[in-house]
Design a protein around this ligand. Structure first.
Ligand code: HEC
Ligand code: HEC
Length: 514
């Protein structure tokens, strides 16, 4: 049951991220009834936050970040000034109503009425014996509207003295690999600021301004309004930084659920073999969600990566798949720096593309998690390499998660990877047709070919069956230009036919009239 709830949880945040719902503090606080709140808590919150509000509910063990321990009365997303420990009730209401994208904390506005939410808030405050609520609100001054100048000023402040880049990285992808822990000693990661769907409290500049000013209590995200901070910022400067951070949101590489087909265009001449070749920019990316592998026997809940962007091209001989995904850590076993930031065991980063061994004729696809006995799959698996071994590519024939065989021969499959500023790019190239006809998928133009993806972040203890994955999507090698005139001819014939029929009818009608 948890698994289902969890999956449901990871998908909708994206919607939530776009909806900048209630701006915090704007909700009128209504008096909550603690007794009614207790009943709602037992039914809806206890499983994660625990009977005693200590965050140790039965489902808690698998959650990262863990459910909040209410007994300290400390909250992360508040709009009261940095030197005020307590949030106001509107802040709590917002988190309960909207939920916290990128975590297991669901939004409750569909299931609970406003009064229910006030009641449960009144109840959770009892765990820390909180009474009343602070009246003070953060001073936001006059909002600076976003503009090219404001974004440029914000960018300078973001990098000056390594102010934000110290943790969030040069491009804001959260890859300035420092081992950060929260006040509880649990591992935390700086947010990837290019992925607004992972923001707990939206990437509206107003919310970002609030985070920069208040910090995120209990984590290492500091306040930049604190006069004691060496890197403090004026109100106006904080607005510039907020506008800059909002501008980092990926716009091209966002998940569009309606897009399930990767369209590969045909190119004349060579296919770009380098993942950084500018020719790839002309191929439009399709971006898909990845979820942790929680269907196989040994389930895994804490995958580090949540999306992958895919492009594809082909020519008369070969097909190439370009894969791009954010990974905060370049995981190279043997490398001391990589080891110092890795979770436990350091493994290679890896990515795999999965195809059915034969293009299905009907809608029946192999089981999405590495196929099944009746319908085997091919996995093209690239690994980032170690200090001793270079990057490598392997073909696996799989008939289920336990039935994988790695081939000795790569049959013309080649791959090249590149890591920069928190992003991996890998190109895999293979001949359209191979000699191992009975084992390998043979590519054909104009057919919808199922395709799925797997990713391993080697610094996040991801190896073997611990990985992120997608479901099946489609790859379509768009019919070549030479096929197009035939299609056009068919279309013209059909159109002419239609005109003739219409004309014939018109002529008959006229004759009747005459
Ligand atoms: C499926 C597990 C789950 C359930 C059910 C759940 N929560 Fe949470 N909740 C979490 C997690 C995980 C966090 C911590 C997220 C973080 O730290 O970023 C959290 C955090 C919170 C916070 C802290 C917000 C902040 O700014 O720090 C509040 C308040 C909260 N939950 C209230 C509730 C209430 C009320 C309910 C029931 C109506 C509830 N939760 C049900 C998992 C859950
Ligand atoms: C010392 C490390 C550190 C520094 C410096 C830092 N951050 Fe963060 N930041 C974090 C961490 C850790 C988190 C995630 C906290 C959590 O677990 O929710 C975070 C989260 C955020 C978020 C996410 C808010 C949300 O709604 O989820 C934003 C936005 C942000 N930081 C912006 C900034 C900006 C802008 C600066 C510079 C002015 C900055 N940070 C400096 C560590 C840092």
């Amino acid at each position: 049951m948890m698994a289902g709830a969890w999956l449901k949880k990871i998908l909708p945040p994206v919607l939530a991220a776009g909806l900048l719902a209630l701006s915090a503090g704007s909700v009128q606080s209504a008096p909550g009834d603690e007794e009614k709140g207790e009943a709602i808590y037992a039914k809806r919150c206890l499983q994660c936050h625990g009977e005693d509000g200590d965050g140790l509910g039965p489902a808690a063990e698998r959650l990262n970040p863990p459910p909040r321990d209410f007994t300290f009365g400390l909250y992360k997303f508040k709009t009261t000034p940095f030197d005020e420990d307590l949030p106001n009730d509107g802040d709590l209401f917002r988190m309960v109503s909207d939920g916290m994208p990128g975590t297991a904390m669901p939004g409750w506005s569909d299931l609970l009425s406003e009064q229910d939410m006030w009641d449960v808030i009144a109840y959770i405050k009892i765990f820390a014996e909180l009474e009343g609520a602070p009246e003070t609100q953060l001073d936001t001054g006059a909002q600076v509207a976003t503009s090219a100048e404001s974004i440029a000023a914000g960018k300078t402040l973001f990098h000056a003295d390594d102010r934000c880049s110290e943790c969030h990285g040069a491009e804001g992808k959260g890859d300035a690999v420092k081992k950060l822990k929260n006040d509880n000693g649990e591992r935390t990661w700086p947010r990837n600021l290019t992925k607004p769907w992972t923001f707990r409290a939206s990437n509206d500049p107003k919310d970002i301004f609030t985070r920069i000013s208040v910090g995120i209590p209990t984590t290492q995200m500091p306040s930049f309004a604190d006069p004691k901070s060496k890197k403090k910022l004026s109100i106006e400067e904080r607005w510039h930084v907020a506008n800059y951070v909002a501008s980092l949101a990926k716009t091209e590489k966002v998940v569009r659920p309606a897009n399930t087909v990767i369209q590969a265009a045909r190119v004349e001449g060579e296919i770009p073999a380098s993942p950084n070749d500018p020719a790839w920019d002309k191929a439009p990316p399709s971006t898909f969600f990845m979820v942790p592998q929680i269907v196989g026997e040994e389930r895994f809940f804490m995958a580090a990566n949540d999306t992958i962007s895919v492009r594809a091209l082909f020519n008369g001989e070969k097909v190439a798949i370009h894969l791009e995904w954010d990974d905060r850590t370049k995981s190279i076993p043997g490398d001391d720096k990589a080891k110092s930031i890795a979770d436990e065991e350091l493994a290679e980063d890896a990515i795999a593309v999965q195809f059915p061994a034969v293009i299905p004729t009907g809608m029946e696809k192999p089981y999405f998690l590495m196929g099944d006995a009746a319908k085997p799959v091919n996995l093209w698996r690239w690994s980032s390499g170690t200090t001793e071994e270079p990057e490598s590519i392997a073909i696996l024939d799989a008939k289920g998660i336990d039935g994988q065989v790695t081939r000795d021969e790569q049959g013309g499959l080649a791959a090249k990877g590149s890591y920069k500023d928190g992003t991996w790019r890998v190109v895999m190239t293979r001949p359209l047709v191979t000699e191992a006809e009975d084992q390998d998928l043979q590519f054909e133009e104009g057919r919808f070919i199922p395709i799925a993806f797997f990713a391993w972040d080697g610094s996040n203890s991801e190896a073997g069956t611990r990985h992120a994955m997608t479901t099946w999507y489609w790859l379509l090698l768009k019919p070549s230009a030479s096929a197009r005139p035939i299609m056009a001819a068919i279309a013209v014939t059909l159109l002419l036919g239609a005109i003739l029929i219409w004309w014939g009818r018109g002529a008959r009608a006229q004759r009747r009239e005459g």
